[in-house]
Design a protein around this ligand. Structure first.
Ligand SMILES: *[C@@H]1O[C@H](CO)[C@@H](O)[C@H](O)[C@H]1NC(C)=O
Length: 330
């Protein structure tokens, strides 16, 4: 009798848990952060693949980011992930947070909100540490979530956690271990919920400019090439929902590729530190610009125009690209 009662209670608990999980996942929505600008444009600085204790020119890139940002005056900074090498953070007390972030991006012009996402190297450490408000208490610029939306007057920016899409990290992890806590209830549902939320968020968006930021390449002429898992449903959503820009890191370089069958433009800004891999395919379809070395990007967006610029480790302009929505608005 006692046994049966106990069984019943745990059965009820399981039922309740299952029910609440289902309830949560059907209600799951990407958290939305409003970032009001009170300005005539949205200006963003974008850097990726950076945290190396200042080595591999990280400090030099940081210095030039500070110099360019002084005039550019970005509203915020975006990190495309791989924030801490080689294996993310060991915990919220890992000194790498200060050594690779707080003590590197010291310019006054970089004392802005940093919207960051996780890269595959971050998943090799304690993921929950990077997501923890304890880091934001240590350095109030830090903001990291898996997937979320930043809403401004000129553009809506969708940050997407792309690492769990990549089959290789699950099937051939090699000597690397990944912190998959938080992929609830399981990987498949995590991904399908994420795609559903992204799709519905983009469809609901009334923003003139829609930008999606992820760590992994969708298309790239660099060493990693295209991420085949992202060429399927993920890319169909970006195209169907009228996304203007997909911004990523992962390949340690800066590049621009245009889509051949939509208005989507792919920008890689992954040159925050170690670069010069020397493996690329310059015959890549749609490739507009490729630079194998360190660098970063500025993005300026108004109601009608978007202007993107790549800078190198000396703060020199490498490439400029602009697009306007005025001639289509007839
Ligand atoms: C740092 O940048 C300079 C200038 O581009 C380059 O000569 C040097 O090789 C870079 N160092 C590393 C480790 O990438």
């Amino acid at each position: 009798m006692a046994k049966a009662g106990c069984f019943n209670r745990s059965f009820m608990a399981v039922l309740f848990l299952t029910f609440s999980l289902c309830f949560v996942s059907t209600l799951a929505k990407l958290q939305q952060i409003d970032h009001p600008l009170n300005s005539d444009s949205l200006r963003i600085l974008v850097v990726g693949d950076w945290g190396r204790l200042g080595h591999y020119n990280q400090t030099e890139v940081a210095f030039q980011m500070g110099r360019i940002a002084e005039e550019f005056d970005p509203a915020f900074i975006i990190s495309t992930g791989d924030n801490f090498y080689e294996n993310g953070l060991t915990g919220t007390d890992d000194p790498q947070f200060e050594e690779s972030f707080s003590k590197i991006y010291t310019a006054k012009s970089l004392q802005k909100q940093w919207y960051t996402i996780l890269g595959n190297h971050d998943y090799r450490g304690d993921v929950e540490a990077q997501l923890s408000p304890i880091l934001t208490n240590k350095d109030n610029r830090w903001f990291c979530m898996r997937s979320y939306i930043v809403n401004t007057e000129y553009a809506e920016i969708f940050f997407v956690d792309t690492t769990p899409f990549h089959d290789k990290y699950f099937t051939h992890p090699g000597h690397d271990t990944y912190d998959w806590r938080g992929l609830v209830p399981n990987r498949e549902e995590y991904l399908s919920n994420l795609l559903k939320d992204l799709d519905s968020g983009l469809k609901k968006s009334t923003a003139t400019w829609k930008i999606v930021v992820g760590h992994h390449t969708v298309r790239s002429a660099g060493q990693h090439g295209d991420t085949k898992e992202l060429l399927k449903e993920f890319l169909s959503i970006l195209k169907a929902d009228d996304v203007d820009l997909y911004i990523n890191g992962h390949d340690h370089l800066v590049q621009h590729i245009r889509s051949l069958d939509s208005k989507l433009q792919y920008f890689t800004s992954g040159g925050g530190s170690k670069a010069w891999r020397g493996e690329y395919d310059l015959s890549k379809e749609g490739l507009k610009f490729y630079y194998d070395g360190q660098g970063f990007m500025t993005v300026k967006i108004t109601k009608t125009d978007a202007d993107l610029i790549f800078y190198d480790v000396f703060g020199n302009v490498l490439y400029k690209w602009s697009v306007s929505k005025t001639h289509t608005a007839t």
